[in-house]
Design a binder for this molecule. Sequence first.
Ligand SMILES: [Zn+2]
Ligand SMILES: [Zn+2]
Length: 370
Amino acid sequence: MAKRDYYEVLGISKTATEEDIKKAYRNLAKKYHPDVSSEENAAEKFKEVQEAYEVLSDPTKREQYNQFGHDGPQMGGFDGFNFGGFGGFGGFEDILSSMFGGRTRTSENGKRPTRGNDLRTSLTISFEEAAFGTEKELSINKYESCTKCNGLGAESKNDISVCSRCHGRGRIVVEQNSIFGRIQTETACSTCGGTGEVIKNKCSLCGGDGRVKKVSKIKVRVPAGIDDGQGLKLSGYGEAGRKGGMNGDLYINVNVRPHEIFQRDGLDIYMEMPITFSQAALGANIIIPTLTGNVNLKIPSGTQTGTKFKLTGKGISNSRTLDTGHQYVIVSLVTPTKLSGEQKDLLKKLSKTDEMSESIFSKIKKFFKN
Ligand SMILES: [Zn+2]
Ligand SMILES: [Zn+2]
């Protein structure tokens, strides 16, 4: 995405004074601060505003920006506004693309329904389970809607009255001193805890919260083809919301255990297959293990160590993209360490007839000194 002009971001002219810049920043920061804003993409916009302010409020940086724009020598370092992003995920559509590092808006939204917290957990599966998909059960300790009061928090509806301090708003205005002078900020009402309500007879099970923390068992379907470090999102399986708010989501980071003989690269599988000298020299049919059972591989005579053979379609299938990888077999010649007398005799006979490939020999020959 192309970067917007910093002056445009702050909605000011090129000739704006320092005071204009501060003022514009203050207004926009209040509007887009992720903790209070209900705007779409608030976090991104807030980040953009902060970045523009960072540059334009500094006379040196502003000067450089005026001259060189975003490509200026000092314009590179603005990735420091880190809202976290959920690292390590890729490949699947429902993977989280942007989140503000663990920030949640739940506690400050007052009387409005608030969404439950997102939760993160990890899951370790075997190489084969990743290849073919699997179903796992997770035990997650999380807030669930109280079954006794159905999330109401009170013994009955009549036990709930409007908070007299905030008059049901759930928020009160406080004045604070800041670098910009006195500013008014809203915070959650401490009398009602931001709910806007006071409960006379709290629900005996949840104590008025409307939610109870308990261990829930969740079935997770892991799709075939998932790779180590990829993630899954289970919408609505995070913590329960308050006052009828939506549930949060559950993010699962999937770890795949290494396999004893197979290595994975995307959807392709690699393995090393030891072969004997006679197999390499004479050619052979060897049996190769794959994820779907043994297959025959014909090794031609004169096969060199390190030769790579491809078993088409024997890799991993991604159940979502329907792509399938291949299996690559890299043969390695094993030199025998224990020989019987008969084998030694045969090899001695063989060595007398040795002839090295002419092309290789001629390459090496020029390095010998006469
Ligand atoms: Zn209140
Ligand atoms: Zn309850």
